[in-house]
Design a protein. Structure first.
Length: 236
């Protein structure tokens, strides 16, 4: 048990889905998992464990932003022994080829965060997804004939970036697909502790075109992302 998690040590599966939103964790557990049990509710960052297609799977909310995610992932690795991490979240589009409802597989995650400065000094570390998870996720999406994009994303510490899309111009000029707030920290921790991680996100609003989907329409789009991620978890 930790200050952030009161689950017993054997409560989590080796593979954990990581939504930011606690209610999304609850929705995934109650909608898709069999025999789902609530294992953590500290600070309302809900965690559940159940089975999907016969495979033990957990889903743990991380809250918003890299510092919050880093707490939960560090503890899931070092206290609970989790090995595979699949972030499931929404993202904002930074490229016109990414349409609302499309799934984005984050190959690598740039960031404006200073979290890694103390670790890497003069080096600009490039956090990236595990290739095995990335390849399997892409194959599963292809088999489903699901519209997806694989490429660079950015994990920003700032939600309301001054200038909107123009605030990301250097990234737009270098083909970054989308912005979210957690993947870079996830990929860094996975690399440090020899774990596997991937961010699978649904694009719900485009900062370039202004296209977006409303709250009701998001649910069906997130279902595609959730089932893709759960199928990936079941394959491990």
């Amino acid at each position: 048990m930790t200050p952030h998690n009161h689950a017993p040590k054997d409560a989590y599966a080796e593979t954990v889905l990581l939504p930011g939103d606690p209610l999304r964790a609850k929705w995934v557990a109650e909608t898709f998992l069999e025999d789902a049990k609530l294992v953590n509710s500290v600070r309302n960052c809900l965690g559940y464990t159940g089975t999907y297609k016969g495979k033990k799977v957990s889903v743990q909310a991380t809250g918003m932003g890299q510092p919050s995610l880093a707490i939960y992932v560090h503890e899931l690795i070092n206290i609970y022994g989790a090995k595979n991490f699949i972030r499931i979240g929404t993202c904002g589009g930074l490229n016109e080829k990414v349409k609302v409802r499309d799934v984005v597989l984050g190959v690598a995650a740039s960031t404006d965060s200073a979290m890694n400065v103390g670790t890497f000094g003069r080096y600009h570390y490039a956090p990236h997804a595990d290739f095995d998870l990335l390849r399997k996720a892409a194959d599963l999406a292809d088999n489903r004939e699901m519209k997806f994009h694989a490429g660079g994303i950015v994990s920003s510490d700032v939600f309301y970036v001054e200038g909107g899309a123009k605030g990301y111009q250097p990234l737009l000029d270098h083909d970054i697909l989308a912005v979210e707030m957690e993947a870079a920290a996830l990929y860094t921790l996975a690399a440090k502790y020899n774990r596997k991680a991937i961010a699978i996100c649904t694009m719900t609003d485009c900062l370039i075109t202004g296209d977006e989907i409303d709250a009701d329409a998001r649910q069906s789009s997130l279902e595609d992302m959730a089932t893709l991620s759960l199928d990936l978890a079941a394959s491990l």
